[in-house]
Design a protein around this ligand. Structure first.
Ligand code: SAH
Ligand code: MG
Length: 214
C-alpha cells in the first residue's frame, strides 16, 4: 500500500495500540477522513515512548498541519510540557490554532506561521526533542537548525524518510520526485554517518529516523 511494510503487518501493529483519549481519537479519525498527512498510529506510539524515556518537557516540531501531532505529543508529556511548532500554510495554521484552542492547550502549544527554513532561526530556547515532518527536500536544513537548539542527550525524530518506498529503490521513483529522493538519501547518509549522532532508520509508518544527539 505505502510500499514500506506489508499491509497485514501494519494493520496488526496498529491493532495493538489502544487509545484512551476519546476526543483525540475522534480528531485523528476526522483527519484521516480528510486525507490529512498526520502521523501514523504506530509512529505516534513510538514518539510517546521516546517522550516518556526522555522525560521531555519541551519539543520543537517542523510541520504543524492541523495540529494533531502537537496535541498528541503534549498529551504524552507530563503536565506543563510545551511544544513549539512551525507551519507555512496560513490555512493550516488557522485551523491548528482552532484545534489547539478546542483542546484547551493554547498555553502549551505555540504555533509559528511561516517557512521553517527562515523561522527556525528566530526560535528561542532549548529542546529535549525535535520532530521533523515537513517539506522533505529540506530535512537537512531543518535538522541542522534544530540540532543547535537541542539539549545534550536530546533526540531528533524525522518522519516520512522512506517516502512510499522511493528512497530505498529507484524502481519506485516517479520523475517529479527525483530531487526529493536525492535530497532525502543524502539526508539519511548524513545523519547515519556523522560522529555527532547515532541514528536508527525504522520502517515504521512511512519511515521514521531516530537520531540521538551525543
Ligand atoms: N506533523 C503533522 C503533519 C504535518 S504535514 C501531524 O502529524 O499531525 C506537513 C506540514 O508541513 C504541512 O501542513 C505543510 O504545509 C508544512 N510544511 C511544509 N514545508 C514547510 C516549511 N518549509 N515550513 C513550514 N511548514 C512546512
Ligand atoms: Mg509525516
Amino acid at each position: 500500500m505505502d510500499n514500506i511494510n506489508r499491509e497485514y503487518i501494519d494493520t496488526y501493529i496498529q491493532s495493538l495500540i489502544k487509545y484512551e483519549d476519546e476526543k483525540l481519537e475522534k480528531f485523528r479519525q476526522d483527519c484521516l477522513e480528510r486525507n490529512l498527512p498526520i502521523i501514523h498510529k504506530e509512529v505516534g506510539q513510538f514518539i510517546k515512548l521516546v517522550i516518556n524515556r526522555l522525560e521531555a518537557r519541551s519539543i520543537i516540531e517542523v510541520g504543524t498541519n492541523v495540529g494533531y501531532s502537537s496535541i498528541f505529543m503534549v498529551n504524552a508529556m507530563k503536565p506543563g510540557g510545551r511544544v513549539v511548532t512551525l507551519e507555512r500554510s496560513e490555512k493550516f495554521y488557522d485551523e491548528a490554532l482552532k484545534n489547539i484552542k478546542s483542546f484547551g492547550l493554547e498555553e502549551q502549544i505555540q504555533v509559528h506561521l511561516g517557512d521553517a527554513v527562515e523561522n527556525l532561526d528566530n526560535i528561542a530556547g532549548t529542546f529535549d526533542m525535535a520532530f521533523i515532518d515537513a517539506a522533505k527536500s529540506y530535512y537537512r536544513t531543518f535538522f541542522d537548525k534544530c540540532c543547535r537548539m537541542m539539549k545534550p542527550g536530546g533526540m531528533i525524530l524525522s518522519d516520512n524518510v522512506l517516502y512510499q518506498g522511493m528512497i530505498a529503490t529507484d524502481d519506485l521513483v516517479v520523475r517529479r520526485k527525483k530531487t526529493l529522493v536525492r535530497n532525502m538519501r543524502n539526508y539519511l547518509e548524513y545523519i547515519s554517518n556523522d560522529d555527532r549522532f547515532i541514528t536508527s532508520v525504522l520502517p515504521l509508518g512511512d519511515g521514521l529516523a531516530v537520531t540521538l544527539i551525543k
